[in-house]
Design a protein around this ligand. Structure first.
Ligand code: SF4
Length: 526
């Protein structure tokens, strides 16, 4: 993975370099180059005589291809990668995430002197962004604002102006390195990166092929946890706890725990608004869809000159609102509409279920509407975002890709809609329960018709624990003590939430509440 990450980072840096100096690739876009899919002749032929903006033909010259590759291939194809393979795959290949950790790799990270309260010794400690700091509480707003500003900048400056795009990407890299120097772990990814809200929305509880971190053995380095390789070539966990409920450790846990976080609804519903606002703006600005689907916006010669030009073209008329205001108005409109729609749908769903005498919690309603918005964002992004490059392929391939996207979205939707926090917690504890049952050394196979404990699903594990064949009350208590100890060791910060899960478990194991308090008392005092 390390080599792959280097390779991707170098490829990305070369692409950035080509934005400043590229004397070669314009040959691929020359109208006489019939063998190149990027030829200007094929672009116009596919659509109409010329690409029009506000009824004027764009003057198109052969152009270096860096910006087009970046905007119409690399950026859009990251979306199906995140959706299908999960954020964990993306985080492990993202060149910016990799580069943000260079200060750590080079040993240049900022450290603070800390006194060990027990020994009185002073030692160096890396700095983490506190959960209760302003940034710790408001990072969703920060990331969403960066995403908004990035897309506004894209339409105004960097869609086609190669030098501006190059400077923008270099500044982003510098910002990621500075954050990597100031704070430990993947603080850039967790608190600043504008792609993080995209990952949150598209992954939901789990990407289509994402792993289930909560069911992995405790010793396993899950998902995209920070890691290094020791001298014997083995992976070692290097987590510094830069974020509570980190998406790199267990994405589904992060999903359930952050549902009530301030700004979570804005990110989820507003993201669909950003997607729709971005693509519709190209239509409202140019007065036709050809402008967007041809990809001509990625090599417009005069992008900077249009910033103060009329920003809307409606009903065959230019509207004299400068483009830089028009872009913000469009985004603002779509973000607000989607946000109000999402919140309204949640309320309507709760009211509907109440009328049916089958009430649902606010969390359940939020999850259902979130899931619908996630898949709608994915499909919307696909049908707009990827098509400028996809349309260069033969029509059969385009349809095949369309079918793949509809199918993968539908499977994810079906699987995610029914998912609940309770189910997740049950599965999480079932893993611990399974390990403790194994330690009893009872002969389970005679009760399980040849199956092993590993083959049982979480519900079966619970039932087994309930009837625990051949186990005495003392042994059940031993299982319970071990589970409580594991929770105290690993997740003390969330004791209250875990207490609810433990209550169900001890009821199933036939233990009394007094026994629970007795166990807690002795564990907390040792
Ligand atoms: S794995 Fe640990 S260090 Fe890495 S991002 Fe998550 S919390 Fe931070």
């Amino acid at each position: 993975m390390h080599k792959i990450r280097w390779l991707l980072a170098i490829g990305w840096l070369l692409l950035i370099l080509s934005l400043f100096y590229d004397p070669v690739s314009a040959i691929l876009t020359h109208p006489n180059n019939s063998s190149s899919p990027f030829s200007l002749a094929s672009e116009v032929l596919t659509y109409q005589e010329c690409v029009q903006v506000q009824q004027k033909c764009l003057i198109e010259q052969p152009y270096p291809i860096g910006a087009r590759i970046w905007w119409t291939i690399i950026v859009p194809y990251s979306i199906p990668i995140i959706f299908v393979l999960g954020h964990e795959f993306w985080r492990r290949i993202c060149p910016l995430s990799f580069i943000s950790q260079l200060p750590l790799a080079l040993g240049w990270q900022r450290k603070r002197k800390v006194v060990n309260p027990r020994t009185g010794k002073i030692y160096d400690k890396v700095v983490v962004i506190g959960e209760n700091s302003w940034l710790g509480k408001n990072y969703l707003y920060v990331q969403f604002s960066f995403l908004f500003l990035g897309l506004v900048a894209r339409i105004l400056f960097i869609n086609s102006h190669r030098t501006c795009l190059g400077i923008f990407l270099v500044l982003t890299i510098v910002a990621a390195i500075i954050v990597g120097y100031l704070y430990s772990g993947k603080s850039w990814c967790n608190y600043f990166c504008p792609m993080a809200p995209v990952q949150t929305v598209l992954t939901g509880p789990r990407g289509l092929l994402g792993s289930k971190a909560h069911e992995e053995p405790k010793s396993k380095i899950t998902q995209s946890v920070c890691r290094t390789v020791d001298s014997r070539g083995r992976e070692k966990n290097t987590c510094t706890g830069c974020k509570s409920f980190c998406i790199d450790i267990d994405a589904e846990r992060t999903y359930w725990e952050e549902l009530k976080q301030p700004g979570r609804r804005l990110v989820h519903y507003g993201y669909l608004g950003i997607v729709l606002g971005f693509y519709f703006y190209h239509f409202i600005y140019a007065g036709n869809w050809y402008y967007y689907y041809s990809g001509a916006w990625s090599h417009e010669e005069n992008q900077l000159e249009t910033i103060f030009a009329p920003g809307f073209y409606l009903f065959n008329q230019s509207i004299p609102i400068p483009k830089f205001i028009a872009v913000c108005l469009t985004f603002g409109f779509f973000i607000n509409i989607c946000y109000l729609l999402g919140v309204g749908l949640e309320k309507s769903y709760i009211a509907y279920r109440k009328r049916q005498n089958n009430p649902v919690s606010r969390e359940r309603a939020q999850h259902i509407i979130f899931t619908i918005f996630s898949v709608t964002s994915f499909w919307s992004f696909f049908f707009f975002g990827i098509h400028p490059s996809l349309n260069l392929l033969p029509i059969g391939n385009v349809r095949l890709f369309d079918a793949f996207v509809i199918l993968s979205g539908s499977i994810w939707l079906y699987r995610t809609l029914n998912r609940t926090r309770k189910q997740y917690n049950r599965e999480r504890l079932a893993g611990t329960l399974r390990r403790q049952l194994e330690k009893l050394h009872l002969n389970f196979s005679e009760f399980l018709q040849g199956r092993s404990l590993q083959e049982l699903n979480s519900d079966e594990i619970y039932i087994l624990a309930k009837v625990l064949p051949g186990a005495t009350h003392h042994e059940r208590k031993r299982v319970y003590v071990s589970i409580v100890r594991e929770i105290l060791l690993e997740d003390k910060a969330n004791l209250n939430k875990n207490m609810k899960i433990l209550k169900t478990l001890r009821q199933e194991l036939g233990l009394h509440e007094e026994e629970h308090y007795e166990i807690m008392y002795s564990l907390l005092n040792t």
